[in-house]
Structure formats: C-alpha cells, structure tokens
Design a protein around this ligand. Structure first.
Ligand code: ASP
Length: 316
C-alpha cells in the first residue's frame, strides 16, 4: 500500500467522528456474525461517501449492480484518486489504461481491459455484460464499444499525474509500485450478491500490461449461493492463484470469509513475501472478512447501522 493512503487513513480516522478504525472486526459484532441486507463492503479507505452512495441506490429500489456502478463511478470520476479512472497514474509511456469488471448474482459478468480515454470503465463493463455475448473486451475494441454506446473520450491524465510520471521518468532506476483498486461487494435488498472492481493498475507498468481486475476469478468472483470476493494489490499474484475464485471455493467448503481470504493469501507466498496482495470477501449471509499479505490493508463496511473502516489481518 502506498504511503499517502496509509497517512490518509490515520488522519481521516481522527478527523471523521463517525468513522471508526476498528482492528480486525473487533467490536463490530454485526459484521462479524453476518449483516442484514443491504450491505456494501469495499477495499481501502475510499471514504464514507462511497458507501453512502451504494446504500442510497438500494434504498431507491436499485439492485446490487446499480449500487456498485454508481458507487464506483464516484471514485472513478474523482481526479484526486491516483489509482482509479480519471487522474489514475499512467503506464511507463505516460498513457492511462484502465481495467474493470462486474459480476451479478446470476453469474453473468462483463469486463474491460487496457481501456483508454473512458472515465467510467465499470459502466462499460456493465454494458459488456448486458449487451454482448462476451465477458471481456480489451484495448481498441473496448474503446470502440464504449464510444458506440455513448461514452465520451476524456483525457484521463491530470496535470498532477503527468508531473508524477515525469518525476518517475527522471528517477527511472527507482521502481515505484503505486497502486490500489476499488473493489466492492454488495448484498442487496433481495439478498443477492454482486461485485465490481475498477483500477488504473500498477503505476508505470509496461505498456500493454493487464492486471487481475478484469479477469473473472482472479480480481473478482461471485457465486450467489456461497459468497463473493475481490482482490487488490499485485494483480499478478491474484491471477496466478485464481485468487478470488479460490476464496469463494473455500467459503463453499465451509471456511469463513476471513479464513478463506487467509488461505488465498497463503497460496501466494510461494511467489515471495514482498508484494502486497489482499482479498475481501462476503458470504451469502452478509458475513464479511479480509486478509492481506502485508500489514496496511483496510476496507469499509456500509450497513444501515453506519459505515466503518476496518484494518485487515495480515500474514507479515
Ligand atoms: N490489483 C491491481 C492491479 O494489479 C492493483 C491494485 O489493486 O493495487 O492492477
């Protein structure tokens, strides 16, 4: 996890009275035992506004997919978020390329990879799910599909991100892994599970690199009868272990969401211990759990009782 977000968590914990920073689910019995729907859980500290949007959509009669799309759109369109959508940090050549996926309670999924110029990739992913017989559109084809469905071309590289990239180019030898993904899982008013993820991926990645987020089973997986999971961190680790699918399969075997996430994290350790990988899961009863390889992962749980920030357990 990048330093700035860690710092932000600390300061926002102090600043926002309603925002509790609860170590590893302690004192939040409802989420530990299972919540009554609706419930939205999401990676990192993207703020309480995101959770409020997710719950609001459901209150107005929307389903989990509507809720996830609106909530994630708010993060994608925020130019101050350096890891998602507009303002996301670019690849090594200075181009912002986005990955996103969405999956519903019927097991239908849509995704986009290596998508340029489109501010809201999660919305394009939703249309791939709803308007095509395919799951994943990439690159030029994904862009053409978006434009033909009314999306507008936007310059996603903000001045700030451009400056950061230029600084990186000067210190080329120094490798910087500045990243994060907004991943959200929702149990909606009909007790249906959905999930979505959106990211600009690893900053300064090799042009053409695609991460775990648009790969169903790696960055996201939903089985309405069992649970849903998503990942953030070094996407290559989630791809090589089919991480989110593994978490859901472990929940199917009877493991709690936290135990299932821990097993998936442990599975990645054969590739080393230096790159962060984190999983977030919710089962069909609304029980939530997370696990990270390295200290520093946090996630938010939004229910009608409130929106809270939790520190994930971790291996190292
Ligand atoms: N998983 C994302 C990727 O590898 C990045 C992140 O979530 O930190 O593209």
């Amino acid at each position: 996890m990048k330093y700035s977000r860690r710092k932000f968590i600390k300061t926002s914990t102090l600043a926002a009275g309603s925002l509790l920073y609860v170590p590893a689910m302690r004192n939040f019995a409802a989420a530990a035992k299972g919540n009554a729907a609706p419930i939205a859980v999401y990676t990192w500290n993207y703020g309480t506004k995101v959770g409020r949007i997710a719950l609001e959509v459901i209150k107005k009669g929307g389903d989990g997919i509507d809720s996830i799309e609106k909530a994630i759109n708010s993060v994608e369109s925020d130019p101050t978020v350096k890891s998602v959508g507009l303002g996301g940090l670019p690849d090594a050549s200075g181009e912002v390329t986005l990955d996103a996926s969405i999956m519903d309670w019927n097991g239908n999924a849509g995704a986009v990879a290596y998508l340029k110029y489109i501010e809201n990739p999660i919305s394009v992913a939703r249309l791939v799910k709803e308007r095509t017989p395919h799951v994943l559109l990439a690159g030029e084809g994904a862009l053409k599909f978006a434009l033909s469905n009314g999306f507008k071309k936007t310059n996603l590289l903000t001045e700030e991100s451009k400056k950061a990239w230029e600084r990186w180019k000067k210190n080329h030898a120094k490798k910087i892994n500045n990243h994060d993904t907004i991943g959200m899982l929702v149990l909606d008013a009909n007790n249906n599970l959905s999930g979505g993820v959106s990211t600009s991926g690893l900053s300064y990645k090799l042009p053409g690199r695609v991460g775990d987020s648009p790969i169903i089973g790696a960055g996201l997986f939903v089985d309405n009868a069992v649970g849903a999971a998503c990942s953030t961190g070094m996407g290559e680790l989630a791809i090589k272990t089919s991480g989110s699918f593994l978490v859901v399969e472990k929940m199917r075997e009877g493991y709690s969401p936290e135990e299932a996430c821990k097993i998936a994290v442990e599975r990645t350790t054969k590739y080393g211990r230096n790159q962060q990988i984190c999983f977030l899961a919710m089962n069909s009863k609304g029980k939530v759990g997370a696990y990270a390889l390295i200290r520093g992962f946090s996630y938010m749980v939004a229910t009608q009782q409130g929106i809270k920030l939790f520190a994930s357990k971790h291996l190292f």
